[in-house]
Design a protein around this ligand. Structure first.
Ligand code: RET
Length: 278
C-alpha cells in the first residue's frame, strides 16, 4: 500500500500539467498545440464552404469523412492544451531518459493523448483515401483496423515502464501493422484509382500520406519516448507539422478537387450512397 501511495503522489494532475505548459517557460510547446486547434477549425470551415454545392452523394460522403478528421483533431489538441491528455512517465532502466525529472516529478513529459487520438483520426483519413480510390469496404476496413492497432501499440509503447525491451517490442509490432497499411495504399488503392478515374488526385494524396506517415515512427524513435535525441518541444512541433501535411493539406487537396470536378469518380464502389429506384 505504501508503494502504491508513493506512485499516486507522483501522478501529475491535468492542472499541474497545464500550468507546466502554459506557465511561462514552455511557450513554444504550448504553441505547437494551440496552432493546430486554429488550423483544424479553419479546415472544418473550409470544407463546409468548398462543399456547399456538392450534390453527388459519394462526394458528400467523402467531404463528411474529411471533416471528421479535423473534428477529431480539434478535440485531440484541446485535450493536450488542457493538460488532460499529457502525463509524466518514468522511463525504465537503460532508457536514455531514465532518471529524468519534469516539473519536479520523476519522469518525462509524455503526450500520450496524441497516440490515443490518432486511433480515431487515422481511420477517417484511410476511409477518405479508400473512397477516392473507389476501393471496397473489405480493404478500407482492413486498413482501418490496422491503423487502430498501430496507434494503440504506439500508446502502449509510450506508457510501458516495465522494461525497455517491451517498449521497443510494442514499437516493432506497430511498425509491422503500419506496413500492411502502406501496402494497401501503394498496391491495391493505386491500381483501383486508375480504374475509378481518380489516378491524378490519388497520386498526390498518396505522396502526402505515405511520406508524411513515415515521419511519425521516425519522430517517435528520435523523440523522448525512444532514443531521446530530440527534446519534447521539437518532437511536439514535429508531430504538429506532420499533422498539417497528413490532415489539413490532404483535406484541402481532396476538397478542392472534388468541389471542382464533382463527377470525377466514375467507377468503383458507391458505398451505399445511391438509392436504387430513385
Ligand atoms: C507509432 C509507433 C509505433 C510504430 C508506428 C507508429 C506510427 C504512427 C503513425 C501515425 C500517424 C498519425 C496521423 C495522425 C493524424 O491525425 C504509433 C508512432 C509505425 C503512422 C496521420
Amino acid at each position: 500500500f505504501r508503494a502504491q501511495n508513493a506512485v499516486l503522489q507522483n501522478v501529475a494532475t491535468d492542472r499541474e500539467l497545464f500550468e507546466y505548459v502554459f506557465g511561462g517557460d514552455n511557450t513554444l510547446l504550448a504553441l505547437s498545440f494551440v496552432v493546430n486547434i486554429a488550423l483544424a477549425g479553419i479546415t472544418i470551415l473550409g470544407i463546409a464552404y468548398l462543399g456547399r454545392n456538392l450534390t453527388d452523394p459519394r462526394s458528400k460522403a467523402i467531404a463528411m469523412t474529411l471533416m471528421l478528421i479535423s473534428v477529431v483533431s480539434i478535440s485531440s489538441y484541446s485535450g493536450l492544451t488542457s493538460g488532460l491528455t499529457l502525463g509524466i512517465v518514468e522511463m525504465p532502466p537503460g532508457h536514455p531518459a531514465a532518471g529524468a525529472t519534469t516539473a519536479g516529478q520523476d519522469g518525462v513529459l509524455t503526450m500520450w493523448g496524441r497516440y490515443l487520438t490518432w486511433t480515431f483520426s487515422t481511420p477517417f483519413i484511410l476511409i477518405a483515401l479508400g473512397m477516392i480510390a473507389g476501393s471496397n469496404w473489405t480493404k478500407i476496413l482492413t486498413a482501418c483496423a490496422f491503423t487502430i492497432a498501430m496507434c494503440v501499440t504506439g500508446l502502449a509503447a509510450a506508457l510501458t515502464t516495465s522494461s525497455l525491451v517491451l517498449r521497443w517490442w510494442w514499437f516493432v509490432l506497430g511498425t509491422i501493422f503500419f506496413f500492411v497499411i502502406v501496402y494497401i495504399i501503394l498496391v491495391d488503392w493505386t491500381a483501383e484509382a486508375s480504374v475509378t478515374g481518380t489516378a491524378d488526385l490519388f497520386r498526390t494524396l498518396k505522396l502526402l500520406t505515405v511520406v508524411g506517415w513515415f515521419g511519425y515512427p521516425i519522430l517517435w524513435a528520435l523523440g523522448v519516448e525512444g532514443f531521446a535525441i530530440l527534446d519534447v518541444v521539437v518532437t511536439s512541433w514535429g508531430y504538429s507539422i506532420l499533422d498539417m501535411i497528413t490532415k489539413y493539406a490532404v483535406t484541402f487537396v481532396a476538397m478542392l478537387y472534388i468541389a471542382d470536378e464533382p463527377d470525377v469518380i466514375t467507377g468503383g464502389a458507391d458505398y451505399g450512397t445511391s438509392m436504387p429506384g430513385l
